[in-house]
Design a binder for this molecule. Structure first.
Ligand code: LLP
Length: 421
């Protein structure tokens, strides 16, 4: 459930009309709902209670500092995968002991940044990374708490570009090598093993793959404990999917997911960490765009929008579907018209949807892409020198620009000419 509903014929974000925001901010822009972010965080928090737990929001899905502060103020932890994301979490006021550091290629500089700034744990993904972290922590005279990310060789049954838990993926260490890697970790100075980490993929629409992975983690916990390791935390990753269409999708709910966690690992007495991104942020955001032209093509009509693949890359990158709705609610009896919905970028790949039935639209009309909060703004670029689009946060009847559209001067001034040119 989200808080983007029609009221008096106009689509609202909570109590604010998207048409009013468009009039103030200009299009295209992203709009986020505080109430939806809060609701989704609370669903996970409740689903894991009464187990000791920390819901660490995967910042990579939506990293605006105002969004992070909204969640951080509720008590959320953060999952970061770069020094930049670490600094965003800190800038949002999240203390280091609520931040976990994931990622397959952490640099020594990033390790130093987190170790001096404060960190709950590093989720280590390889032996060379573990040795590097040991060196950095020792040189700073501190102890780095670690989990080791295991690759359970489970098929997440999701898009191949976002599946991470099969043995041929680059992530984690093979679970059957865990004993020897944990044995080395225990001997390395500057490290303290606190638990196990696993993450098998994103946009999972079934619980079964999670179940397989978590049962393997439960076995491994007992094995590692028998080998003398102290396992007090299990980081179970993110990945729970969301519905991208109104019609036929019903992915499992956070409450089902919480029950599964309790069933598979609840008896181990561990503190549970999860790293959801998309389920918290995805349906908490829309991309609002304006129709520039309606163009008659060969046997099809093109709806040419002012948003493009550089603003929302998921359709061209993964063939992803986003529902598109007009901001002005069509009359109930309106017959749909079929459009290819495209942006102005000079690539055929800049296509959001083909043969999509929509209420008839004209130049100047506003549309929204739904479910665009996750992996929308964060994956945007300035391709074609199109400025990054603004982000707006709504709370009740208030809204604020939380990232402004850069001016062309700001963009051009980032380039510098060499003296010799
Ligand atoms: N933890 C780790 C270690 C991850 O790699 C990810 C996502 C998450 C947590 C959060 O997963 P979520 O709950 O959001 O599914 N750009 C792609 C998705 C990439 C996901 C990468 N890792 C997309 O637009 O679908």
């Amino acid at each position: 459930m989200d808080h983007f509903l029609y009221r008096d014929g106009t689509l609202h974000a909570e109590d604010v009309s998207l048409r009013d925001i468009a009039a103030t901010v200009g299009t295209p822009f992203y709009a986020y709902s505080s109430a939806t972010l809060t609701r989704h965080y609370n669903l996970f928090h409740e689903a894991l209670s009464p187990l000791p737990h920390l819901v660490c929001f995967a910042i990579k899905s939506l990293s605006n500092i105002a969004v992070l502060k909204t969640l951080g103020d509720l008590g959320a932890g953060m999952d970061v995968v770069s020094g930049g994301e670490y600094l965003r979490a800190r800038a949002a006021g999240v203390p280091g002991d609520r931040i976990v550091f994931s990622g397959v290629g952490k640099t020594r500089e990033e390790m130093r940044l987190a170790l001096t700034g404060g960190i709950r744990q590093f989720n280590v993904e390889s032996e060379p990374e573990m040795r590097a972290l040991s060196e950095v922590a020792t040189s700073l005279g501190v102890i780095a708490p670690i989990t080791i990310r295991v690759n359970p060789d489970v098929d997440a049954r999701t898009h191949e570009k976002i599946a991470t838990g099969k043995k041929d993926n680059k992530f984690g260490i093979p679970i059957d090598r865990a004993s020897s890697v944990y044995a080395e970790a225990a001997l390395l100075p500057g490290l303290k093993v606190v638990g196990i980490d696993v993450h098998i993929g994103s946009q999972l629409t079934e619980l079964e793959p999670f179940e397989q992975a978590y049962l393997k983690v439960a076995d491994l916990t007992e094995r590692l404990r028998a080998e003398g390791h102290t396992i007090t935390r299990l980081d179970l990753g993110g990945g729970l999917g969301i519905p991208y269409t109104r019609s036929n999708e019903a992915p499992p709910l956070p409450s089902d997911y919480g029950a599964l966690i309790k069933r598979t690992v609840g008896h181990l007495g561990c503190e549970i960490e999860i790293e959801p991104g998309r389920l918290i942020s995805g349906n908490a955001g829309v991309l609002v765009s304006r129709v520039i032209y309606v163009k008659e093509g060969q046997g099809r009509d093109f709806l040419i929008l002012d948003a493009a693949m550089n603003d929302l890359v998921r359709p061209s990158m993964y063939g992803a579907h986003h529902d598109i709705d007009p901001v002005i609610e069509p009359a109930a009896a309106t017959l749909p018209h079929t459009y290819d919905v495209v942006g102005p970028v000079c690539e055929t790949g800049d296509t959001f949807a083909k043969a999509r039935p929509l209420a008839p639209l004209s130049e100047g009309d506003l549309v929204v892409f739904r479910s665009a909060g996750a992996y929308g703004a964060v994956m945007a670029s300035e391709y074609n020198t199109r400025p990054l689009i603004p982000e707006v946060l709504v709370k009740g009847d208030q809204f604020a620009v939380i990232r402004a559209r850069p001016t062309f001067d700001e963009i051009l001034n980032r380039d510098t000419l060499p003296e010799w040119l």
